[in-house]
Design a binder for this molecule. Structure first.
Ligand code: NAD
Length: 499
């Protein structure tokens, strides 16, 4: 993967970049039918990066028609699996070859540190495409153990046209988690990137064409949620929505489906994840370090951020002292600087929303022990200090609502039962972790907390082989692992009577 260089180098390289700004429909780059564009603004400086095609319902109709045609002709789904695999692997190779450019597009669009984009997002995304590509010619269908004289086949078939609607927090990565499993199962894809981060999606469309993905099989529609996103959600010829984003918009997609064609709706939504540190954690300082980064990573804009720190009362001071010292040492800087550990939050709306939650926490009586303020205002960009609240009650808004910023809410508990009760006192159920040496306590928490993942003595566990997704209002369906393929396929049974 292309290596980290210097700030000056990254700045010069980013200035030399040529941005693709059109929609990609039926194998061609096109303007929106209305000719309208929208500006994508960099949170690094608050300045406009480019004007991008603003698609709407009519463009959605065109993209769906192109995707449907590709599906119906079978140009992709009926291609020999080994050939499809080779094309997908070539696509991944091209992304790897252009990793620095793709990483920079995400950095410019949404403000994450270049170091994270290059060492986490890009390798993770490329690996995701490769991993699913490798699965194409290794998965078998089934034959039922039925009576002799008949043979019952169970086959997995692609659903048809899949619309992937993704957020801005990990533009390349969230796209890969949807597009890779949906493509390898033979579907035609329409990708709608978030309006804050369309640039890498447009670039990978170019690479898809170069890799040999047939026209109409992979389409990209930059545009806004309430227009393009809603038109995809309501389209009678879209068979499946694969959505990552807020719970609020996830619910809208269920409504769109109910009011149109009952398309399958898969949702990866928000979270308010509990990170539980018991007094018998194997290493309290290691747990505190993990807790800090579980919130500050990606400026807190991670659906599975461990934003509720549940800490046993007897070790709370030790844990908070360590977290505060880490927070004080974090470099919040220009994301193009490889030394920056935290960059900008995605836009001014998000920044003001986060600052509003910080005010709300203070007004509710929680105590700020770190941060709480805007940083680097002179840059024109949108930066927030790592922030920690102590003395939070789980009923407060800062403990119940997804802030999507670098804000930790600390809540203390007395025993395992209380920790589990507080952990579950939320509408979300995406992710959790517990630190303890006691296997009995650990397993009690694993069994007791209602979340798609409950890790022990680590916060982030699991790679592409591990399913990811939520219980409750964190969504339904799973990304990653072979289970993700279940979302993009339907079972077909065929009973054959043999004479
Ligand atoms: P968002 O819900 O506002 O937007 C996500 C996508 O939906 C964007 O492409 C947007 O254009 C589109 N959209 C917005 N309004 C729409 C509408 N009315 N109709 C149709 N489409 C619409 O979310 P966001 O602010 O981009 O991302 C942050 C959210 O994503 C957080 O809630 C976070 O938890 C969630 N997220 C979840 C996961 C997960 O795997 N569970 C991963 C990353 C992010």
């Amino acid at each position: 993967m292309n290596s980290l260089t210097t700030y000056e180098d990254n700045l010069a390289y980013s200035k030399s970049l040529r941005f693709g700004t059109q929609a990609f429909i039926g194998g061609k780059f096109v303007n929106s039918l209305s000719g309208k564009t929208f500006e994508t603004v960099s949170p690094i400086s608050g300045k406009v990066i480019a004007s991008v095609a603003e698609t709407d319902k009519e463009d959605v109709d065109l993209a769906v028609a192109a995707a449907r045609k590709a599906f119906d002709t079978g140009v992709w789904r009926n291609m020999a699996p080994a050939r499809r695999k080779a094309i997908m692997l070539k696509w991944a190779d091209l992304m790897e070859k252009n990793a620095r450019e793709l990483a920079l597009l995400d950095v410019l669009d949404m403000g994450k540190p270049i170091k994270d984009a290059l060492t986490i997002d890009l390798p993770g995304s490329v690996n995701c495409y490769r991993w699913y590509a490798e699965a194409i010619d290794k998965i078998y269908d089934e034959i039922c153990p039925s009576d002799p004289g008949r043979m019952v086949l169970v086959m997995r078939e692609p659903l048809g046209v899949v619309a992937c609607v993704v957020p801005w927090n990990f533009p390349m990565m969230m796209t890969s988690w949807k597009v890779a499993p949906a493509l390898i199962t033979g579907n035609s894809i329409i990708l709608k990137p978030a309006e804050q981060s369309p640039l890498s999606a447009i670039r990978i469309a170019e690479l898809a064409a170069e890799a040999g993905i047939p026209e109409g099989v992979f389409n990209v529609l930059p545009g806004y949620g309430p227009t393009t996103g809603q038109a995809l959600g309501r389209h009678p010829d879209v068979d499946c929505i694969a959505f990552t984003g807020s719970t609020e918009v996830g619910k809208l997609f269920m409504k769109y489906s109910a009011e149109s064609n009952m398309k399958a709706v898969n949702l990866e939504c928000g979270g308010k994840s509990p990170h539980i540190i018991m007094s018998d954690a194997p290493d309290v300082n290691a747990a505190a370090t993990a807790a800090a980064w579980a919130v500050f990573f990606n400026q807190g804009q991670a659906c599975n951020a461990g934003t509720r720190l549940l800490v046993e009362a007897s070790v709370k001071d030790q844990v908070l002292e360590k977290i505060v010292s880490i927070g004080q040492s974090i470099t919040v800087g220009d994301p193009l600087d490889p030394a920056s550990q935290m960059g900008a939050v995605v836009d001014d709306t998000q920044m003001n929303r986060i600052l509003g939650y910080i005010d709300d926490g203070k007004a509710a009586g929680a105590k700020i022990v770190l941060g709480g303020e805007r940083r680097r205002e002179e840059s024109g960009g949108f930066y927030i200090a790592p922030t920690v609240f102590d003395g939070v009650d789980n009923g407060m808004r800062i403990a119940q609502e997804e802030i999507f910023g670098p804000v930790m809410s600390t809540i203390s508990f007395k025993d395992t039962d209380e920790a589990i009760r507080i952990a579950n006192d939320t509408v979300y159920g995406l992710y959790a972790a517990v630190w303890t040496k006691d296997i009995n306590k650990a397993f009690k928490v694993v069994r007791g907390v209602r979340a798609g993942a409950v890790n022990v003595n680590t916060y982030s566990g699991g790679d592409i082989t591990t399913p990811f997704g939520g219980f409750k209002q964190s969504g339904q369906g799973r990304d990653k692992s072979l289970h993700a393929m279940e979302k993009y396929t339907a079972l077909k049974a065929s009973c054959i009577v043999l004479s």
